[in-house]
Design a protein around this ligand. Sequence first.
Ligand code: URA
Length: 276
Amino acid sequence: MMPEPAPIVRELLAFYLEAGVDCALVEEPVDRLAEADAPPPVTRAAPPPIQAPGFAETARPVAAPAVIRGEAAPAPDVAIATAREAARTAPTLEALRELMQNFDGCALKNTATRLVFADGNPQARIMFVGEAPGRDEDIEGLPFVGRSGKLLDLMIGAIGLNRTTAYIANVIPWRPPGNRTPTPQETQICLPFIQRQIELVNPDVLVTLGNPSTQTLLSTRAGIMRTRGRWFDYDTGQRVIRALPTFHPAYLLRSPSYKRLAWQDLRAIAKALTPA
Ligand code: URA
């Protein structure tokens, strides 16, 4: 008698889910075991640094040179150096978006559906930065559109802001598979892009949402319980921006009792935006 296949498929799917696989990358299954052994990866030399004498001269979007689609991923230090050089030459947000679209130095891009660049008003006086897109953001291509995004909308709405008066982005612009925590290397590779984005938006107030965004952008090792509600200086190199860490909305969904403290932070943000 043939075994009943359904439970096996169910078990396999449950295994995939637990392993963090929750979406298919292609329509047809690929039998990786049947593939011929891959040739050894070709070692690539580090790219020459991009000459970026001034933004006026580099007004074209700069494609990341070390990393060409379909080739083996570069060493992380090469990817970080490439991201840094490329990001600092992006003269506008549009150029930065295009450059990130063409950048293949972060492996997260291979599993994400699309780039999640930003949402909101680039002229806004306030910018919120989260950690990384989740499933809903990966589908829509916009940050904070899932459950935690709905709460973020309510939070900023409580101080009279919305997506036409605020700008929203993430440290990592590609969804980590299964929403796993981005690795320190992935964060370092993506960091120059969000730093350049902050520099180009040039808000009066920067709000870091949760621990990873706070620790990465504000160079602190202190946890969110210690950093939240405290003003930091964020130096873009051109200007010092006031930065305030607060709880990530996903954390508030899990621990609603902290909404009281988040409200204090929101009031501080509203006050900072009010002309004296
Ligand atoms: N969490 C984040 O940090 N960013 C998003 O865009 C969504 C959820």
